[in-house]
Design a protein around this ligand. Structure first.
Ligand code: TPP
Ligand code: MG
Length: 567
């Protein structure tokens, strides 16, 4: 029997989808049967990863795609499962991460007209007017597979959208009878279903930007997610070195530039102060960034010339967005940087000017580095800075870190000092709970790498650690989970202080953001997935705990959780 479900699975295999993160329901008999048939016939089929909750499934696909650039499939149950994906859809959309979501729909018949017709009460309850509308504001493409005959073409079309810039999640839904329908097998030529070829700058724009960077006194590049392409990182390093241009990361969700490089001028998150490099720059190139600065506290000087390059420079999904750029270009970062370097050949670059710029950058970088080193010295109480520094020494340069550190995002960016592309990811979105699932996804994608998730205590609970650690054990994806335990939610407190610095809330003893009698975070993971548990309350306890945790991962192939009580 070859059904639309068999065709969907076949399309996933053709597209190179390795994993189906699945949360099954009464809408999926066609798919479950097709998977069983493929296994019995020893035909290729994506490996099923059972995900007890949908947000974790989607976050795992998110992490996998960040580590590889490739979409995986997430299978969910009708409208309910779609809703339970929750903020993970927002995260993939905002982070421009490709994921293919497939959902069943309630059967479209109720009198046995076709195989799959309604036979359970819930199928009336789950019949909703606009299931696809639940995710329409977030996905790059959504469609209903209305007949099984072209299911494969629709899967491939959805993946073309997912993998074409601006990338992101896509959503397909199909009623149960359609998933059951027997269909003819369609032959697919994958050469016809590739993502869009990446676009570059027009030559005039490349010349204008090259000329401005070459002629500036203090040129600066600001980026957030250029590092999703390792080639783009190499190109950025080459351009920065060639011209003596400084690089600042603003709210990065990738490793964009080696933090040990003399052209690296640091990172800015929500710190409420003017960024010095930004204040000094006379030419600013913003490339791959959604929030290059927060104008209320930090902005370029008034006469700076601003250029902007992005796959989606108008930010079509953001109702309010502008940065005062005089040239906005839609282009793929690595191509654009290569073109700018090519265009530089037309300019006489003054070697003395470049040398002056390089010297200035080296001094600024050294100052930044000295500040970082000083802040990470051990204090009486355990600080996030010291913890990040110890972790850096223990995990090395190749470990892949997933960060959802909230009010410590900047600490993790600065003190883990990543040097290699693809070794630091954040969700790129604002829906907490990505960290644990993403770590499982990254580990599945890179089984030989050490994977570390570092998150706030609030974010640990948001990530559904019981599901995450059950999956980590079940699918042999052990990782180190570090909880920055500051007793609850610090971010809402910082927010209220920034808006009502002299209000009553600022002085109130309790504003309902603390977690008294907090859960034993490490024990949750131990109970759910046999993770190695560590709780650290002092500076002296930290390094031995990290060592034991890494041993558990390396020698026993168990995940480990370090619940670190920080100041
Ligand atoms: C799904 C979701 N719910 C609520 C919020 C609002 N929120 C932003 S930060 C935060 C607290 C995070 O706590 P924690 O992870 O411990 O980080 P901390 O603020 O303590 O650094 C909350 C609740 C959110 N961003 N996402
Ligand atoms: Mg916290």
């Amino acid at each position: 029997m070859y059904t639309a479900s068999s065709a969907i699975l076949e399309a996933l295999v053709e597209a190179g989808v390795e994993y189906l993160f699945a949360n099954f329901g009464s809408d999926h008999p066609g798919l479950i049967e097709a998977i069983a048939q493929a296994r019995a016939a020893k035909q290729p089929c994506p490996k099923v990863i059972t995900a007890p909750t949908e947000m974790v499934a989607m976050s795992a696909a998110h992490g996998y795609a960040q580590a590889t650039g490739r979409a995986q499939a997430v299978l969910v149950h009708v409208d309910c499962g779609t809703q339970a994906l929750g903020g993970a859809v927002h995260n993939a959309a905002k982070g421009r991460v490709p994921v293919l979501i497939i959902a069943g729909m309630s059967p479209a018949t109720q009198q046995g007209e076709a195989r799959g017709s309604r036979n359970e009460f819930i199928q009336w309850i789950q019949d909703v007017p606009d299931q696809r509308g639940l995710v329409r504001g977030y996905v790059r493409y959504e469609n209903e597979i209305r007949v099984g005959a072209n299911a494969k073409q629709i899967v491939h079309r959805a993946l073309q959208f997912a993998h074409s810039d601006p990338r992101g999640p896509v959503y397909l839904a199909a009623p149960r009878e359609v998933l059951e329908a027997e269909v003819p097998r369609v032959a697919i030529d994958m050469r016809q279903w590739q993502p869009l070829a990446p676009g570059g700058l027009n030559p005039e724009a490349a010349r204008e930007i090259a000329g401005a960077l070459a002629g500036a006194d203090r040129p600066l590049i600001v980026t957030s997610y250029l590092g999703r392409s390792s080639t783009a990182v190499q190109e950025l390093v080459a351009l920065a070195e060639q011209l003596g241009v400084g690089v600042v990361e603003s709210v990065p969700n990738y490793m964009n530039f080696p933090t040990t490089h003399p052209c690296y001028l640091g990172v800015q998150w929500n710190e409420r102060r003017q960024n010095t490099a930004l204040a000094q720059a006379d030419v600013v190139l913003v490339i791959d960034s959604d929030v290059p600065w927060i104008g209320e506290v930090s902005r370029p000087r008034a006469d700076a010339r601003i250029f902007h390059i992005d796959a989606d420079p108008l930010k079509q999904q953001m109702p309010l967005w502008y940065i005062g750029a005089t040239l906005q270009c839609q282009a793929y970062a690595s191509l654009a940087l290569t073109q700018i370097r090519g265009a530089l050949e037309e300019y006489e670059t003054d070697p003395e000017r470049i040398e002056r710029r390089r010297k200035h950058l080296a001094a600024e970088h050294a100052g930044w580095h000295a500040g970082v080193s000083q802040r990470e010295q051990p204090k009486d109480a355990l600080t996030a800075e010291y913890l990040a520094a110890c972790l850096r020494e223990a995990i090395g340069e190749d470990a892949i870190v997933v960060s959802e550190s909230v009010t410590n995002f900047h600490v993790v960016s600065q003190h883990l000092r990543r040097t290699k592309p693809g070794t630091l990811f954040s969700s790129g979105g604002g829906s907490l709970g990505y960290n644990g699932g993403a770590a499982v996804g990254v580990k599945l994608a890179k089984p030989d790498s050490l994977v570390v998730a570092i998150c706030g205590d609030g974010s640990y609970l948001f990530c559904q650690p019981s599901t995450v650690h059950w999956m980590a054990r079940r699918y042999e994806a052990p990782f180190l989970h570090v909880v920055l335990n500051n007793g609850g939610w610090r971010a809402p407190r910082q927010a209220v202080l920034s808006v009502h610095p002299d209000g009553l809330a600022a002085k109130a003893p309790d504003i309902d953001i603390h977690f008294p009698n907090a859960p034993d975070y490490a024990a949750i993971a131990a109970a759910a997935g046999g993770a190695h548990p560590e709780t650290v309350r002092s500076v002296a306890e930290l390094q031995p705990a990290i060592e034991r945790a890494l041993n558990a991962i390396r020698k026993e192939k168990r995940a480990a959780v370090i619940d670190a009580h920080i100041q």
